[in-house]
Design a protein around this ligand. Structure first.
Ligand code: S3P
Length: 180
């Protein structure tokens, strides 16, 4: 349940790669007439480099530091749908920071569905692995306890983007500070 110390004016989408955060996030932003922001895109704009380049040249810890900085900068935002990189909530500070101003919705999917969605995309450095399906299962299991701390958990395996987006909007309207 949402805590009274929170001032919920944004929506944050968390969840593993390939769970539909971008498509759902854009539609939620449309439905609520909110701005849309993606933490990976923000990092790329700030640094002028792709996520793959950052991982390759500076390593994952440097990427995680950039991610945390972006999260901290989001604290003053209003009426924004924030789509986050899949590993971002594994840092408890990031989750706590988002929860202060956003309803946090986690999109969930089975490892099989995730693989089906990401297998033809090559832009995710963590899946450049000899056995990407095993890597998905391993990372998903390690991150599950963090994802489960979201306010809402939505399984996307059998739901359309529209259905998931409508559920997020419904939940936001129930929990947001500026009730209409
Ligand atoms: C990552 C997910 C990616 C991106 C980076 C690391 C992860 O974002 O932040 O490649 O650790 O799961 P998406 O979840 O948007 O693919």
């Amino acid at each position: 349940m949402v805590n009274n110390d929170r001032h919920i004016v944004n929506v944050a989408l968390i969840g593993f790669m390939g769970t539909g955060k971008t498509s759902v996030g854009r539609l939620v932003a449309d439905l609520l007439h909110f701005d849309y922001l993606d933490t990976d895109e923000t990092i790329q704009t700030h640094t002028g480099r792709t996520i793959t380049e950052i991982f390759k040249t500076d390593g994952e810890p440097a990427f995680r530091a950039l991610e945390q900085k972006v999260v901290q900068e989001l604290a003053g935002r209003k009426r924004t749908v924030i789509s986050t990189g899949g590993g971002l909530p594994a840092n408890p500070d990031n989750l706590a920071s988002l929860k202060a101003h956003a309803l946090v919705a986690c999109l969930w999917a089975s490892p099989e569905k995730i693989w089906e969605r990401v297998r033809h995309q090559g832009h995710r450095p963590l899946l450049h692995d000899a056995d990407p399906q095993a890597k998905i299962r391993e990372l998903l299991a390690a991150r599950e306890p963090f994802y489960k701390q979201a306010d809402v958990l939505l399984n996307t395996d059998l739901r359309s983007v529209r259905e998931v987006a409508q559920q997020v909007v419904h939940q936001f309207r129930l929990e947001s500070s500026g009730r209409r």
